[in-house]
Design a protein around this ligand. Structure first.
Ligand code: MOS
Length: 686
């Protein structure tokens, strides 16, 4: 049902309040002080001038900040706890003052002396510190080998050996990270811009050694996160520390220029893809080898080689990750971590294989459809990539395509079209929900879900109403509050499945209960609960993934080198789509982010300074409306009984996966040149 966005009116009228818009009485303001060296040690910290700023309240640093306990995340538990500087931008102090302006001035007046050490911030495929970790992000083994890749690759009739180099990327949500914290009678109340209030509450409980019941975290409206708010972040911890230290409520809104160093990034990758195939295009050997970086604070391994374990028949294969711990900020999740960069490399390599075999790129993919998941041998719960490719080709008008590269001209413009496939796993996390019926025929459903713009409020209300067989307006849904039954993080495209299954079960049980009472709800109401604990712990006998196909048409200006996407069309197989309106938005938003990845977005590490060069939206370019024309998202309404009661797969991330490859393949078709680096900015293309 295309229900309209539940809180749409509140959002467009400004009534929806975001974290930074909560200002408790007596609120103080905090402004962090980032490290000014890329590696070293703090040798002295001078507070005098800072504390002399009118309105200054405190300057917290490692020598006086409240002590933190282990919480399983060194990016949090080490905040203001020691004198080491692991990367530029790491917080060395926190200024607190009566106003935002005073806090900023106070922070600027803190003088820190460092013993700087030489730093190393540049990833390369032959970096001496590269090692093979046990795990890549997402709990995937770092290395998987089947058969004898080297021998079969050497023996293949057709061989593609291509290396792709991707820069770091940053999530840059529209609403920067923010927290407002206050302590009252030993209880901690935090408004936090987060993808999961339960997770933030649990982290704060560990860090401050508090019973989770004494902490409330509210994430009512969130202006995007794209993974950067998927794990608890420094603002919540720092605001709570400052509030504890000063005895005042404290608001901390990160300036955008500080996001890059402390809220994660998509790690740069160097990816080598080798594909051996017969002259008929059938793949015999496939290797996807990834080199990436993490920080010295925490190991995070971008799992870019993982989609190659899912996509194509490949009897002999090797997928492997290596990582180097550099003096860089800690990487983290960014929309479709692993799949987005990994499928760029794999799907561009497939395009190279199509060219090498003379096969149409759609036909090449169809020829390599596996019967079961290549890596595990498990049957797919549903796949339908073939249908996505065929349906996309039909809608896009692919059949008339002249395969020759570099031959379509319109004045100074070269034109081309490209295709790429997409995949994203079906994930599920433990979530809990309750549903209550009252005698007036109304229902109240509670789950600590987060609406980060994904439409969670809307679709969860729909799921509840359907299970209760009640009209939407009869259902009140409470989310975004850690006092509600625990909900998983809005991440991994798992929200609707995780929260939704719990909501469905609670509402289904409640409906049965109401029937038992003959439809007469007693005065004190009826309540039922549901959870996904068992499903989250269970190993499915099926390989469960969403799939899709992207088609793109580009024009390349031969005078300026500018690439523009004329149209992009995606067809997805993502289970049952619960709300076509919000789903379309998710797909289009992610495709737009893929366009940004292909053409505009890039964070470059300054080797001397040891920091990201782009730290604002003037230099980190994201697509604007004028960059996004002719976008279409379609889907195949799959029926898959091996998923959840709604039959849904996740849709938040698959739209970005493969979209950059479709554009890069179109640029090759337009120009005849292979670009194996992103973004395809004019300086690269010209
Ligand atoms: Mo998304 S990167 O799983 O928050």
């Amino acid at each position: 049902m295309p229900a309209v966005r539940h809180e749409g009116r509140e959002k467009v009228t400004g009534a929806a309040r975001y974290t930074a818009e909560h200002t408790p009485d007596g609120c103080a303001y905090a402004w962090p002080v980032p490290a000014a060296v890329a590696k070293g040690r703090i040798t002295a910290l001078h507070r005098e001038a800072a504390l002399a700023v009118p309105g200054a309240l405190a300057v917290l640093a490692h020598d006086d900040a409240p002590r933190l306990r282990p919480a399983g995340d060194p990016t949090l538990e080490l905040l203001l706890q020691h004198d080491r500087v692991p990367h530029r931008g790491w917080y060395v102090a926190l200024a607190v003052a009566n106003s935002l302006e005073a806090a900023r001035e106070c922070a600027a007046a803190v003088r820190v002396e460092y013993a700087a050490e030489p730093h190393d911030v540049v990833l390369s495929a032959d970096h001496p510190d590269l090692y093979t970790p046990e795990w890549a992000n997402g709990g995937h083994p770092a290395v998987r080998e089947r058969g004898d890749f080297p021998a079969r690759f050497d023996a293949a009739d057709i061989r593609v050996d291509a290396t792709f180099t991707l820069t770091g990327l940053h999530n840059h949500p529209m609403e920067p990270h923010a927290s407002v914290a206050r302590w009252e009678d030993g209880r901690l109340l935090v408004h936090d811009s987060s993808q999961g209030a339960t997770a933030v509450r649990d982290a704060l409980a560990k860090l401050f050694a508090l019973d989770p019941d004494r902490i409330t975290v509210l994430s009512e409206h969130v202006g995007g996160g794209f993974g950067s708010k998927g794990t608890p972040r420094p603002p919540a911890v720092l605001a709570a520390m400052a509030a504890l230290h000063t005895g005042r409520p404290v608001k901390l809104v990160l300036p955008r220029r500080q996001l890059a160093a402390v809220t994660g990034h998509r790690s740069p990758t160097v990816q080598r893809v080798r594909i051996g195939a017969g002259r008929d295009g059938r793949i015999t050997a496939l290797a996807h080898e990834v080199a990436t970086q993490t920080s010295t604070v925490k190991e995070f391994v971008e799992q870019a080689g993982v989609p190659a374990r899912v996509m194509y028949t490949s009897p002999h294969s090797r997928t492997a990750h290596r990582v180097a711990a550099l003096d860089v900020p800690t990487p983290s999740w960014m929309r479709a971590p692993g799949e987005a960069p990994g499928m760029f490399a794999l799907e561009c390599a497939m395009d190279e294989l199509a060219a090498a075999t003379g096969l149409d790129p759609v036909e090449l993919r169809l020829r390599n459809e596996p019967g079961t998941e290549p890596d595990t041998g498990r049957p797919f719960s549903s796949r339908h990539l073939t249908e996505c490719l065929r349906e996309g080709a039909r809608r896009f008008g692919w059949r008339a395509r002249d395969p020759r590269p570099g031959v379509r001209r319109e004045g100074d413009l070269l034109l081309g079209t490209g295709v790429a496939a997409a995949t994203y796993p079906v994930l599920l996390s433990p979530s809990y929900a309750t549903a209550e019926a009252t005698p007036d025929g109304r229902y109240r459903v509670r789950v600590d879900a987060t609406d980060i713009g994904n439409g969670a409020r809307t679709v969860l209300t729909q799921i509840a109403a359907a299970a209760l067989n009640a009209p939407l307006p009869r259902v009140r849904l409470d989310i975004g509050d850690s006092r509600l039954p625990a909900g998983s993080v809005a991440g991994g495209s798992s929200g609707t499945a995780s929260w939704g299954s719990a909501v469905y079960k609670a509402c289904d049980a409640l409906a049965a209960l109401v029937r038992e009472y003959g439809g007469q709800v007693p005065d004190d109401g009826l309540t039922a609960s549901g959870d996904t604990e068992r499903e989250a712990a269970a190993e499915s006998p099926y390989a469960r993934h969403a799939f899709g196909a992207h088609f793109a048409e580009v024009q390349v200006d031969t005078v300026t080198g500018e690439v523009r996407v004329r149209r992009m069309l995606g067809v997805f197989a993502a289970g049952h789509v619960l709300n076509p309106r919000t789903a379309r938005s998710q797909f289009l938003g992610a495709m737009t982010m893929g366009l940004g990845m292909a053409l505009l977005e890039g964070s470059t590490m300054d080797p001397v300074f040891g920091d990201w060069a782009e730290r604002d939206l003037a230099s980190y370019h994201v697509p604007a409306c004028a960059d996004v024309t002719g976008l279409e998202a379609h889907w195949i309404d799959e029926s898959d009984e091996h998923l959840n009661p709604m039959g849904s797969k996740g849709i938040g991330e698959i739209g970005i996966v493969g979209s950059a490859a479709a554009i890069a393949n179109a640029v090759h078709h337009a120009t005849g040149t292979r670009f194996r680096e992103l973004p395809l900015t004019p300086d690269r293309v010209i």
